[in-house]
Every structure is written in C-alpha cells, then in structure tokens.
Ligand binder design. Sequence first.
Ligand SMILES: [Zn+2]
Length: 106
Amino acid sequence: MTWDFSTPAAPEGGAGSGAVLDGNAAAGEFAGILAGDPTIATVRCAGCGAAQAFGQLPAYMGGPGTVLRCRECEAMVARVARTPRGTWLDLSGSSSWLFSPAPGRA
Ligand SMILES: [Zn+2]
C-alpha cells in the first residue's frame, strides 16, 4: 500500500498552508493508523448526525496535525497529529465509521 503525498487534491480557495483540501488528501495520514483504506469509510458526524464519505470531508492540513471537518456543520470529526510522543488519533467528533467492502479488494 503506497500513498502519494506529492500530488494532493487541488486546493479550493487558493494555495497556502491553510488551504482546505478534501478527505482524499488526508487519507495517507489516517491509513497509517487505521488498518485499511479510510477513503472507503462513511463517517457520521457526532454533532449533526450527517453521514459523509471520508473523501468528501473538508481536510485542513496546514496546521499541527490533519483535521477533517463536517461538511454540514463544520465541526471537527477526526484529527491525526504526529508528535515526538507519538501519533494522536482523535475521533471524538464522529459517532461512527462505516467501512464498506471496497470493490476490487479481496
Ligand atoms: Zn456535522
């Protein structure tokens, strides 16, 4: 399993460290922790209950860590931060993750 960090999704609203990408751009950060491909997941927001595809969640990758936000209410649904102490995974903003069987996978 390889992840290409060199070609993130095209930023919307201009380039820069604060550019908002999408969940596909954040997939590599999460794939290193989750034992699978996060882009097949449907994530339910704990705040508003909206269920959204991981790859369509707005991703904020400019700050410390990678933050995914809800498309509906903009609450943080997931965050990964790598620190000298280790990697933090914060899923407190999501109520559930549904991993559907991906087509083409054994
Ligand atoms: Zn929400």
